[in-house]
Write a protein that binds this ligand. Structure first.
Ligand code: GLU
Length: 524
């Protein structure tokens, strides 16, 4: 500890007197009145305009923990470090949450939720630290810090502002005033009393009991450029005053835990529980090796990809849920739970190292999910997707909703035998494209038995029920000396251009008598 600064000097150092005392902040943001065990979590993105799969993975955990414990999940915008257009980027965040069915609960009492609007809070905490001698103003210039770094590099020792390199650590009030009079704006640094030869112990939910060397760096709490907090200091203040119980964040933050524990202890505040998640990996298509997802190489790393391609977002949640909560798939197959939201996520079981995200597996979850949808919902999803993301052809396909509904109703009436060939809304439309004349490509390669087609036309009646229709096919087969299956195959290819389709009778009923005759005649 050093000598604390006087109130006047604190006001000068911070560019204004602090608005609150710590006690006032404690009263303004009281402990939450929640049932025992309720978890308070937050998703705290720095808005970049791009939401990656790791973000989704994180906020699913946050949301799930709050949801299953009757707690609270909130959204905090960490915008103290960005020079970008914030509004657009925040919209990307909000849309991602809503696309994946996630609701956040930013109750007014604990706001504001943009860090850029919480300066008063950070400055009030900083003032407390300055007063107690737990922080100090530092006037090192960029050049001076570069020099220090270079020297440290040459000496092969840890870089940063610590110990003997922290020139201004014990600067007297008089000298501080001289710098201020000189027009300099200081950064506010932590007065670290950590000793890297000692270790700090803590328990991470994913990684278990861990020890890390204590932090001795006088890290920046408040930047001189805009007087906004660094991530570390904002994390301390916000997660305390928002009364967050569980901090879920990427493993890249693991290295800073010792510093964070040091700061929470210094304040006498309860440390949140940490859950440091592993990165999501994929199998590289070229090398066949497991590697991290890449923004540059992997389109699926961008959450928007799933919307654009029309993946049911529920199935992405289901699949990620299964990565997070081992055992979920089994419970679901056994019919014990309906969806991921009904399955208990045990924080301790969240995987601690490179989990694999495999698009092929996602296909399975998507097929299963679509198969459970009533036709009206399937239609609605397809129509919404086409109108928002589809091309002109897709839009034409969904223009006649009753027709689309009959197309998508095929093989959906028996709950035990629902077709499972629909994967995405986009692929659904292309899977059934032959139902629209402007998309239908007659198969000219197939060697049709034209006698069969001619005979079929001669007796065809669009009003026939399935039995009469089949009896006629058997009769045509006998007459032409072929098997009924061959008649059906000739018809199938003529109707759809494909050798593999759902139930042929249903297909022909939906196409309707006119189209059936037209397509057969086209071949003849
Ligand atoms: N703004 C940080 C990020 O986007 C938040 C990390 C955290 O959750 O504490 O990575």
């Amino acid at each position: 500890m050093r000598n604390g600064l006087s109130k006047d000097l604190i006001a000068r150092v911070l560019g204004g007197a602090p608005k609150y005392t710590l006690d006032e902040l404690e009263t303004k943001f009281p402990a939450r009145n929640l049932p025992e065990g309720a978890m308070v979590t937050r998703f705290a993105p720095s808005p970049t305009g791009y939401m990656h799969l790791g973000n989704l993975y994180s906020f699913l955990i946050d949301y799930k923990l709050a949801q299953q414990s009757n707690g609270i999940f909130l959204l905090r915008i960490e915008d103290t470090d960005t020079k970008r257009e914030i509004k657009e980027a925040v919209n990307v965040v909000i849309k991602a949450l809503s696309d994946f069915g996630i609701k956040y609960n930013n109750d007014e009492q604990y706001g504001p939720y943009y860090q850029s609007q919480r300066k008063d809070i950070y400055h009030s905490v900083a003032a407390y630290l300055l007063e107690k001698g737990l922080a100090y103003p530092c006037f090192l210039t960029q050049e001076e810090m570069d020099d220090i770094r270079e020297k440290q590099g040459l000496a092969g020792i840890a870089t940063g502002i610590y110990g003997e390199f922290a020139r201004d650590r014990d600067m007297s009030e008089e000298d501080i005033i001289k710098h201020l009079d000189n027009g300099e704006t200081p950064t506010i640094r932590l007065y670290s009393m950590g000793d890297p030869n000692k270790r700090i112990y803590f328990k991470d939910f994913v990684r278990g009991s861990i020890s890390l060397p204590e932090n001795n760096e006088d890290i920046v709490l408040i930047k001189s450029t805009d007087r906004l907090p660094t991530y570390h200091f904002a994390h301390l203040c916000d997660d305390h005053f928002m009364r967050i119980t569980h901090v879920v964040r990427g493993e890249e933050y693991f290295g800073t835990v010792a510093l964070h524990i040091q700061m929470f202890r210094m304040m006498g505040w309860q440390l949140p529980n940490y859950i440091h998640t592993a990165t999501l990996d994929k199998i590289d298509e070229e090398t066949g090796k497991q590697r991290k997802m890449s923004k540059r190489k992997d389109p699926e790393n961008n959450i928007a990809f799933f919307l654009q391609e029309g993946w049911p977002t529920e199935s992405v949640v289901e699949y990620l849920g299964n990565i997070l909560a081992p055992g979920y798939e089994e419970a679901k197959l056994k019919g014990q739970v309906r969806c991921f939201w009904d399955y208990e996520l045990k924080p301790k079981k969240i995987p601690g190292s490179g989990s694999l995200f495999d698009m092929k597996k996602l296909e399975w979850w998507a097929k299963e999910y679509i198969a459970t949808l009533p036709v009206s919902e399937l239609v609605k999803n397809v129509v919404d997707w086409a109108n928002e993301y589809g091309n002109e052809d897709n839009k034409k396909q969904v223009a006649d909703v009753p027709y689309l509904t009959s197309v998508l109703s095929i093989e959906r009436d028996n709950p035990k035998r629902i077709r499972k060939d629909f994967i995405t809304w986009q692929q659904t439309l292309s899977e059934v494209s032959y139902f629209w004349d402007f998309l239908f490509n007659a198969n000219k390669e197939y060697e049709y038995n034209k006698d069969v087609l001619r005979e079929f036309l001669a007796t065809y009646n669009a009003n026939d029920d399935k039995d009469s229709w089949w009896n006629k096919i058997v009769a045509v087969a006998e007459k032409c000396g072929v098997k009924p299956g061959e008649v059906a195959m000739n018809l199938r290819v003529a109707m759809t251009g494909r050798t593999n389709t759902p139930d042929l009778y249903s297909v022909m009923q939906v196409l309707g008598g006119e189209r059936v005759k037209e397509r057969v005649n086209m071949i003849l």
